[in-house]
Design a protein around this ligand. Structure first.
Ligand code: KG4
Ligand code: ZN
Length: 342
């Protein structure tokens, strides 16, 4: 099954063609640069960019794949979660294309697609056999932990109760004048330092806090961390690049350790762990997750770097695994900005 996938949930405009769920024939990703001066994604600008760019990107994806339009078996797009005005562009275009090509339309959940992205690596095991699995989706928009007893069955067991991990890193980067988005800059600076100079809170969620019925010790809170950094730099503004790097390093360490600690607690009987989303590019997170998984005899599956951030290959891939909501039901669906994965 050859699927054309479309992803426009935030500020990446992307289209891809994938065969049978795992083989990526093409994947075009355009990251919008227009948001940098604002220090965050501006929804109105994002949707305008999607409208301007998406037709050309879809055409390029199909041409690069070397597949004729008649060779596309289905059209899939992200239906949620994400920014409403951004989702609307990709979902509407997918509807139009599916009608024009007379092919099924498949609504895909963005969070589930991040977890499927690990299987776009040809070296990954068969998705149907990589169970039981723990899934971590960690990006600028979400930080969620899932238990996956069988492929396609995702049970949310932990999540952030406020900011996502990427958001926490981006806000810290802004405070430290490191630009936007700052996750990768913090990662780079942190590699020049050893953690242990500044102390930041562990991101604990107190018992009784609103977690939507989830265990409080599997949930995380990053807002206190950010406030603590704000107090630190107000009290004692960093006097050199060296001090900024040290602050970035200790802050990143707190974010990463908070995530790894929850994942370790949530492991249960898992034999595999899948990690997807922009923050999974983080080198320290990769090291600590690898150590934790090795200690528990769990095989760690990480997405290839080009599939960590938002991309349409994971959308086309997941649709090719027979996941998502297909026609005729999909045609009557609207976007769903907070579509839960389970
Ligand atoms: O998955 P993604 O492209 O978009 C969302 O769905 O949010 O993730 C973007 C996030 C941003 O917050 C960015 O700062 C973060 O991923 N990020 C990183 C790194 N590279 C990107 N965070 C930590 N370390 C990195 N190397
Ligand atoms: Zn994402």
């Amino acid at each position: 099954m050859i699927v054309l996938g479309i992803e426009t949930s935030c500020d990446e405009t992307s289209a891809a063609v994938a065969r049978n769920g795992r083989e990526v024939l093409s994947c075009i990703v355009h990251t919008q640069q227009q948001h940098k001066p604002y220090g965050g994604v501006v929804p109105e600008i994002a949707s305008r960019c999607h409208i301007a760019l998406l037709p050309g990107i879809v055409r390029e994806a199909v041409e690069t794949a070397g597949v004729p339009w008649s060779g596309i078996d289905a059209v899939a797009a992200t239906r949620g979660p994400g920014l409403a005005s951004s989702l609307l562009v990709g979902w509407s275009m997918a509807k139009g294309l599916a009608l024009r090509l007379d092919r099924p339309l498949i609504a895909i959940n963005h969070t589930e697609a991040h977890l499927h992205s690990v299987f776009l690596d040809p070296a990954a095991p068969d998705p149907l056999e990589a169970i039981p699995m723990l899934g971590l989706a960690v990006s600028g928009g979400h930080t969620s932990i899932f238990r996956i007893p069988k492929y396609g069955e995702l049970h949310l067991v932990g999540r952030t109760v406020d900011d996502a991990a990427g958001e926490a890193l981006d806000k810290a980067a802004k405070l430290l004048n490191l630009g936007y988005p700052g996750g990768s800059v913090i990662d780079k600076l942190s590699r020049t330092k050893t953690p242990g100079v500044y102390t930041f809170p562990e991101g604990n969620v107190r018992e009784g806090a609103a977690t939507g019925g989830l265990r409080h010790d599997l949930c995380l809170s990053f807002s206190g961390l950010k406030t603590s950094l704000l107090h630190q730099v107000t009290r004692e503004p960093p006097k050199s690049d060296d001090e900024v790097a040290q602050l970035a390093c200790d802050y990143q360490e707190a974010v990463v350790r908070a995530i790894v600690k929850r994942c370790e607690k949530a492991l249960g009987k898992a034999k595999y762990m899948a990690v997807g989303g922009g923050v999974s590019l983080n080198s320290r997170l990769r090291v600590l997750l690898a150590e934790m998984c090795a200690a528990h005899n769990v095989r760690l599956l990480m997405a290839l770097p080009r599939h960590c951030g938002d991309n349409a290959a994971m959308i086309a891939g997941l649709a090719g695994m027979d996941r998502g909501i297909s026609s005729p039901e999909s045609f009557s669906l609207d976007i769903s900005p907070s579509w839960p994965v389970d």
